[in-house]
Design a protein around this ligand. Sequence first.
Ligand code: NAD
Ligand code: UDP
Length: 321
Amino acid sequence: MPHMRGKRAVVLGGAGFVGSHLCERLLDDGAAVVAVDNFLTGAEENLRGLRGRPGFEFFKQDIVEGLSVDGLVDFVFNLASPASPIDYAQLPLETLRVGSIGTEHALQLAEAKGAVFLQASTSEVYGDPLVHPQHEGYYGNVNPIGPRAVYDEAKRYAEAITSAYARVRGVKTRIVRIFNTYGPRMRLNDGRVVPAFVSQALRGQDFTVFGDGKQTRSFCYVKDLVDGLVRLALSDVTDPVNIGNPREMTILQFAEAVRAAAGGGGKIVYQPLPQNDPKQRQPDITRARTLLGWEPRVPLEEGLRETISYFRAVASTHGAS
Ligand code: NAD
Ligand code: UDP
């Protein structure tokens, strides 16, 4: 069985939500980890449990400007990119540049080192999907000039250049299409629905539901996602693979799930639906199941409990009211 023990992995975006969990998992598996981040949307605090662990190094670097890492590298995980709709709306050019120039720098590093390259893509490449659930053969329905385009098209370009480096330069590449993922170390104010509803529940505020709340999402706990990333990196699957939890629900149902788990929250207040907000989203995970032996294990109720206790601790540390 392929494994991470004794390997050296570079995690770009390692101070982010998913990246910091990936670093932790790789260290637990016995790999050495070099995390790189410019703290654009990540945080020093996310590295607290990592700094000082044997085999962990961190470099502050903007991967758009360049990227060099000394020594042997077996894996390059490229997770560097703003990821929440509020972040990429505020950072449109940074998002396009890290997805394009940054991804090419990451591919060049993998090529120079003979490393396996894993690109974090997204369910957003399917846009507002006309096929449901979304399987990897679906080409998507993306508005190339809308406000979400800076993210969606950057990720589509990242997939294209990753595939080109595999074809033309012989780099061993992997592409993961990540569906909505949640867990500890999301930013309380990143605007995504999980931190938004959890913080509202903890403060006894109303839930801000965008549109009529009948749009659907499927939420995957970060520990499950990270397990999928490691399995994919260790596989020889070059085609894109969806990783996400197929349990789909409306945003209204999700608000009720948060209310039940947090034991609080006010009424539902409706706010305008953001432009091009996808109406439905559910991953078809047949490929991950059959090729990687992966499926999510953490039920929503359990994942929400972990997430809520993290946000409670953050709120008490920062004295949030
Ligand atoms: P995040 O914002 O917490 O993490 C992204 C990290 O990348 C941050 O630490 C940020 O500072 C860093 N970064 C951004 N630009 C950089 C640059 N130019 N140079 C160096 N570092 C840079 O977001 P996340 O939720 O952890 O997402 C991680 C990856 O997974 C992203 O690529 C995202 O597109 C993808 N993804 C996440 C989800 C999800 O639900 N969380 C869903 C789909 C895809
Ligand atoms: N959403 C909401 N209230 C909020 C934040 C988000 O109703 O306070 C909705 C949003 O319009 C979308 C869904 O929840 O339909 C998921 O949004 P998120 O930003 O978490 O991720 P997306 O899947 O849109 O990238």
